[in-house]
Design a protein around this ligand. Sequence first.
Ligand SMILES: [Mn+2]
Length: 403
Amino acid sequence: MGATFIHAADLHLGTPFRGLGEVSPGLRKRLIWASFEAFRRLVDVAREADLLLLAGDVLETGLPHLRARLELVKALKSLSQEGVRVFLVAGNHDPFPFWQDLSLPSGVTLFSPQGGVEKVTLGDERVSVSGISHGDRRVRENLAHRLVPRGGDLRLALVHAFLQGQEGHDPYAPCSLGDLVSRNFHYWALGHIHKGQVVLEDPWVVYPGNLQGRHPGERGEKGCMRGVWDGNSLEVEFLPLSPVLWETRSLSLEGVEDSETLLALLEGLKEEVRWPGGTLLKVILEGPSLLYSLGEEGLKELEGMLNQGEDREDFVWISLRDRLSPPVDLEELVSQEEFLARLVEEARSLKGTVEGLLEGGELSALWGRRDVAKWLGSPGEGERELLVEKALRRALSFMLRER
Ligand SMILES: [Mn+2]
């Protein structure tokens, strides 16, 4: 007979999109709707399953959540009426105390910070689900370590945890792969890391990722996992659910010298990524080209033209990043002009200074603050150099234009 389960995590219901820049009011509305639409799709696939596992950060704290909470409770009620058993654990965004005033319907199990095991019988299959919640926002202890399987033909573990070796997330409830493998579970339903991934297949160690990307760093299709147990083995697959996609493309303008061609290229790119639910497309323009002289203002105008008429269902909303450089041979220029030579030399010597600033100085303190870093994005390798390059290019483009 077997058993089918759906595993999702990090729904963060009710959080806004970030890094959008200026979008039309109609589009803004559609984006707020997108997270709820992804959730509605999740509930639809869960209806076809026996169990739904939600691995934490289902809700987002610190925001007005009325709609998120109401929609969640409504969905859980309808699932439990249809006989789908729901298991959830609290994460660092929605720790256990945060759930106290929500009335969860019967058929829904919220595991406590002490952890527990629930058993479900499906025909002749006995399934056990072990889970443990975050008790507060900054759990440093190893929660996964406290989960022990207690019988069952299919043994599932549910926890919101930071698996060592992952990047870009706070190390709450840290654990190692060894901790997970040493337990006798078939499937570890994890949450916390927003990038969906199957870490291991035996036993299954899985982050489904979040349901809907909310900023340029959360690219591509997002969704949940479906596990099908036939009594002997477990098949696991990813189900995409997010209506809206974030995409990033690089476009080299080497050899492209006029704005008509650029417009045509960008229009082509838009059609390439267009898909039914809508796409937020970031295009990085790079390479040496005369079009460097468009500058920020020119690019803003281009964006305006490209985004006109994109209040449609399958919109592509484009934003352009300028990494163009003047089509000059820097070395040759330097050899010809004393002043430019000094400028380039100055910029190159600055690179060291900028790295210093980022690593030990004021900028590093700034980037070290999470509330700031989430808006800026973290300065990756190469980004430091880029800051100086960009300043140099700007200086050169001003000077070359003056001629
Ligand atoms: Mn989390």
